[in-house]
Design a binder for this molecule. Structure first.
Ligand code: FEO
Length: 395
């Protein structure tokens, strides 16, 4: 499928995998994008998950027939993109692999592949004939070796994981040819779960790419962006600055509904206080990838859970660990908990906030056994404190 000036899409869709990285659900599947530049010299940009190699090879051959591939450009070494390198090398033994110093360390480590190579540095160039390629290193977007390739002739940025999203491609590839509705939430979930920790490197990369005339973004996952480029860059910019909207995520664990009653009371009061964006998640039921994405979206977070084996409820501990691993900045945190004979959850959440480093809001509420009027009143006070903190940012 030609997408622009002899640049062909040769990626594949994965609608079989249930969990990306064996962690993150894929309700709409995922695409592994690869691109073939058919010039005097033929260049392949990134590969696909090795499970799809037969189909991938067929797609490559449908463009170049029996002609050889001259260069394989490796923007990113994570195996969802590098997985087919050794097979490409077997089918095209004379291919020159293009990467930076760190790329080749990883190629050796993963695949033990040698042969001809072109080691590029930041600002390096490569001419394919008509297409002039420039390379820029963008470490930690999302691994240390990541780089992007800019086709100065066609004004295309081959961006690796940057600007990518979950969601397989349904028929068309370019944003103007498809309905893109499903991709926006999946972009936030993809970014927050996969790249979320690396806000500063993403910001650095955005600054680096600022001066480029980019008419097309070819990421390794999701649609090829053209008309939607401003929206896509804006989403990545806001997420990597941890910028959030007014709203509260209420995430709770519950065994028999008592702690859930506290969560409901808090949410009702938030609504009464004029907070419109309230998202409630039962941490045992909602996959944490969705909760993480919502924490990236909204400024307020209120968490609560029962005490379990004198610790925090395990699913809450798991969620908070995932959040802490992402170094999310600028969030407000309120919390509550419950116990039957010895309280621990509230104390443990407070201790956990030393890792999260969120701004503590309100007074934590601890409930013994079932809901009573005084606990309901304290729960409402917690909600009012969160609403007031959010409203203070309106001015
Ligand atoms: Fe899609 Fe970081 O690999």
């Amino acid at each position: 499928m030609e997408i622009k000036g002899n640049v062909h899409y040769v990626g594949v869709n994965d609608r079989n995998k249930t969990l990306f990285e064996n962690l993150w659900p894929l309700p709409y599947g995922v695409s592994y994008n690869s691109y073939l530049i058919d010039d005097e010299k033929v260049a392949l940009v990134d590969t696909v998950d090795v499970c799809f190699f037969e189909l991938y090879l067929k797609k490559i051959r449908s463009v170049i027939g029996d002609r050889p591939i001259d260069y394989l450009i490796v923007n990113h070494m994570e195996p969802d993109h590098s997985g087919a390198i050794s097979l490409i090398k077997q089918y095209y033994p004379n291919v020159v692999i293009v990467g930076n110093k760190k790329t080749f360390e990883m190629i050796e480590g993963y695949y033990g592949v040698g042969g001809d190579r072109l080691v590029v540095t930041d600002g390096g160039t490569l001419s394919l004939g008509k297409h002039q390629l420039n390379f820029a290193l963008v470490p930690m977007v999302h691994w240390p070796e990541t780089m992007v390739t800019y086709d100065a002739t066609e004004k295309i940025l081959f961006s690796g994981d940057a600007f990518g999203c979950f969601g397989a491609l349904n028929g068309g590839v370019v944003d103007t040819a498809i309905n893109t509705d499903i991709y926006w939430d999946e972009m936030r979930r993809y970014y927050s779960n996969i790249v979320g920790k690396y806000g500063a490197p993403v910001q650095k990369a955005l600054q680096k790419l600022k001066g480029l005339d980019i008419q097309m973004i070819c990421a390794t996952h999701g649609p090829v962006w053209t008309a939607e480029i401003p929206r896509v860059i804006d989403i990545y910019d806001r997420l990597s600055r941890y910028q959030a909207e007014e709203g509260v995520v209420v995430a709770y664990g519950t065994m028999y509904g008592n702690t859930e009653e506290m969560a409901e009371t808090i949410a009702e009061e938030l609504s009464r206080q004029g907070i419109r964006n309230i998202v409630m998640h039962n941490v045992s039921r909602t996959h944490h990838s969705h909760i993480i994405a919502d924490v990236f979206k909204y400024k307020g977070l209120i968490v609560g859970c029962p005490t379990y084996n004198t610790q925090m409820y395990p699913e809450m501990e798991s969620l908070l660990s995932k959040l802490a691993a992402r170094d999310i900045k600028g969030r407000y945190l309120g919390w509550f908990g419950s116990f039957t004979w010895a309280g621990a959850a509230v104390k443990k959440i407070a201790e956990f906030n030393e890792r999260l480093k969120f701004e503590a809001v309100g007074t934590p509420v601890e409930m013994k056994q079932g809901m009573k009027a005084d606990i309901a009143a304290l729960s409402r006070e917690l909600a009012v404190a969160m609403a007031d903190r959010l409203k203070a940012d309106r001015e």
